[in-house]
Design a protein. Structure first.
Length: 185
């Protein structure tokens, strides 16, 4: 089986320019796979981000073409993250179904209620920034819990893209709403 070229899916200014590490693991580890399920399709996850950003894109593209393109392309970058996580989960011996790790015991799969829909552009952009900060915090926590340096490198690289998204969303918030997102301390 040939390796997937993740670089070809990068979306220019919508992701960090550094390369993605090769998806590999020290060995099968179902515990690590379950931890990654939350990043993959939990409440704060790539699947939630993709769904939320696409919903916002459907509204934003009517308001401003560039703003619509921002949400569309960030969603595409998040799709790449989801693919990388799915491949990592599989290499760890897991099954990347659309659910978080906490859902496994309760057969409770991903839900559209995880999305912040909203109808106010400024509140939607703030929710998008907040989602990126929450994703970074979750990735950092999972880096701490996962003792596989290959998986840690993958998560650290994804964080770089999430920081780019915060910057881009913050610029849009300033441009369209005339305000800044309060920094999280």
């Amino acid at each position: 089986m040939s390796e997937i070229n993740y670089e070809r899916h990068k979306k220019g200014r919508y992701s960090d320019p550094s390369p993605y590490p090769e998806v590999k693991v020290l060995g099968p580890n179902l515990n690590y796979a379950e931890i990654l399920m939350d990043d993959y399709a939990g409440v704060v996850s790539e699947f939630t981000a993709i769904s939320q950003y696409l919903y916002h894109y459907f509204s934003f593209k009517q308001i401003d073409k560039e703003l619509g393109e921002l949400l569309e392309n960030v969603a595409i970058t998040e799709m790449l993250h989801m693919e990388i996580l799915a491949d990592t989960i599989k290499k760890l011996g897991g099954n990347p179904v659309i659910r978080g790790s906490n859902s496994a015991l309760h057969d409770n799969f991903w839900s559209g209620k995880y999305i912040y829909y909203g109808t106010n552009l400024c509140k939607q952009l703030k929710a998008d920034i907040d989602a990126e900060y929450k994703a970074i915090a979750a990735y950092q926590k999972h880096i701490y819990y996962i003792g596989d340096f290959h998986v840690q490198a993958i998560l650290q690289r994804i964080i770089l893209d999430e920081k780019v998204h915060i910057s881009l969303f913050s610029q849009a918030l300033q441009k369209f709403c005339g305000c800044q997102y309060p920094s999280l301390k």
